[in-house]
Design a protein around this ligand. Structure first.
Ligand SMILES: *Cc1c(COP(=O)(O)O)cnc(C)c1O
Length: 429
């Protein structure tokens, strides 16, 4: 695609965009004059679908009118509410319904999954993470090591090479070839939160499994963004949240994937509650524990309906469009964004996200020279919402659901302006 650096071209791309109508289905925050903010933080908190309120109101009304009878009599009976989400969520991450469930929050689920899949022995106990793993994942892994009587230092870091920003799969291969006998688990962010790098999950699974290591993936920055094809990748488990690209609201619940190869294995150690007990005898309340098959076999509690209603509203939108179509727009939108940033030709900024669109989602991470935070501050003052990540990166994630080519054009135009103004003051000094 040959891009042009002018507003008319951006507007032409919007006209041709068959997903442009989706923007109308979201609440876009506005400034005092009623102009839409330029919102690029769908990677942190996705915007609210206009339908969310109706979905939640439905449940509030059913609760008001039916009380406990709502478990069976609500328009969407509550008893198995999580099941309404499973099929659509499975499609988003490329999994079979038996492999997916929505429950709890992300870090909680990482722990529950490690209870089952991090089974260290005296000699095989180390855990591999990315050196730049999200802090919650690092803390979770360190606390699991300590819980099992090992040291925090038994984490092995997969690092970028000196002078590089991105991870190389061959370096993971080296770590696992050399130390695989001691490694119990690889827990890797499928899309790195800092660089936006989308890793090859299938290769990671092959590398880990070749040395009998369990492979788990954190898809917080992947779900609703890229197509991870979890089933085909062969990874053992994965978890993600729904408040980032999945637009289900602050602190919303988490999705979990447990590969089908583990579905029927009732011997896998796990924590139990009434909701992973066989649902046909659950309400007899007297049975010995009989665990359910598939990912549902990791649930503990009955589903939180109000939070799930927001997820349902969002997943219905994803399902209407489909990830193939979203991805197609996303590659184009982020490609245009990249083209415009590179056209500024400034030495003060550098994109550290992979150039290959297959190795990234929608996010571009822009490294700012001398960790100059004022750039991010000026963007924010103009209601151009990006986020600053220490030490020196501005993350911008134009999402195909509600961002336009014009959004991206206007953002870069302003960025270019402040960068050139910065230059003037520098030469004056
Ligand atoms: C956002 C994010 C989290 C947050 O976890 P919560 O338990 O939902 O607070 C954890 N890990 C990664 C990789 C994330 O991107």
């Amino acid at each position: 695609m040959k891009y042009q650096n002018n507003l008319a071209f951006a507007q032409k791309l919007d006209k041709e965009d068959k997903l442009a109508y989706l923007r109308e289905k979201f609440h876009i925050p506005k400034d005092k004059e009623g102009k839409d903010w330029l919102y690029f933080t769908g990677n942190s908190l996705g915007l609210q679908p206009k339908s969310t309120k109706e979905y939640i109101n439905q449940e509030l009304e059913d609760w008001a009118n039916l009380g406990v009878e709502g478990h069976f009599e609500a328009k969407n009976p509550w008893l198995n509410y999580h099941e309404y989400l499973t099929g659509k969520m499975a499609k988003i991450v490329g999994a079979k319904p038996i492999e997916v469930v929505v429950m709890n929050t992300l870090t909680t689920n990482l722990h529950l999954l490690m209870v089952s899949f991090y089974r260290p022995t005296k000699t095989k106990y180390k855990i591999v993470i990315e050196s730049d793993a999200f802090p919650s994942d690092r803390y979770a892994v360190q606390s699991q090591l300590k819980f099992h009587g090992f040291s925090e230092d038994d984490v092995i870091e997969w690092k970028p090479r000196k002078g590089e920003e991105l991870l190389r799969i061959e370096d993971l291969q080296t770590i696992v070839s050399e130390q695989g006998e001691e490694i119990a688990l690889l827990l890797i962010g499928g899309v790195n939160y800092y660089t936006g790098q989308f890793l090859d999950l299938k290769k990671i699974a092959e590398i880990g499994h070749a040395k009998n290591c369990v492979v788990g993936i954190d898809l917080a920055h992947g779900a609703g963004n890229i197509q991870p094809n979890l089933h085909d990748s062969g990874v053992d488990f994965a978890a993600w949240c729904t408040y980032k690209y999945l637009n289900a609201g602050p602190g919303s619940l988490s999705g979990v994937f447990v590969h089908e190869k583990h579905s029927k294995n009732k011997e896998i150690p796990r924590f139990a509650g009434w909701w992973n007990h066989n649902k046909t005898t659950r309400f007899n309340m007297r049975q010995p524990f009989d665990v359910m098959e598939g990912a549902e076999g990791w649930q503990l509690s009955n589903p939180p309906i109000l939070s799930m209603a927001a997820i349902k509203a969002s997943l219905d939108l994803f399902d209407e469009v489909g990830m193939d179509t979203l991805r197609e727009k996303s590659e184009k939108l982020t490609g245009y964004f990249e083209f415009l940033i590179n056209a500024i030709g400034s030495e003060d900024i550098k994109i550290i996200t992979p150039k290959n669109s297959k190795e990234r989602g929608c996010q571009l991470s822009i490294r700012v020279k001398n960790a100059n935070k004022s750039l991010h501050k000026k963007l924010t003052e103009h209601h151009i919402i990006t986020d600053w990540r220490e030490p020196d990166v501005i993350r911008c994630a134009p999402t195909p659901m509600y961002n336009s080519f014009e959004d991206v054009y206007r953002m870069v135009k302003f960025l270019s302006l402040i960068l050139s103004k910065g230059k003037e003051t520098n030469t004056e000094n």
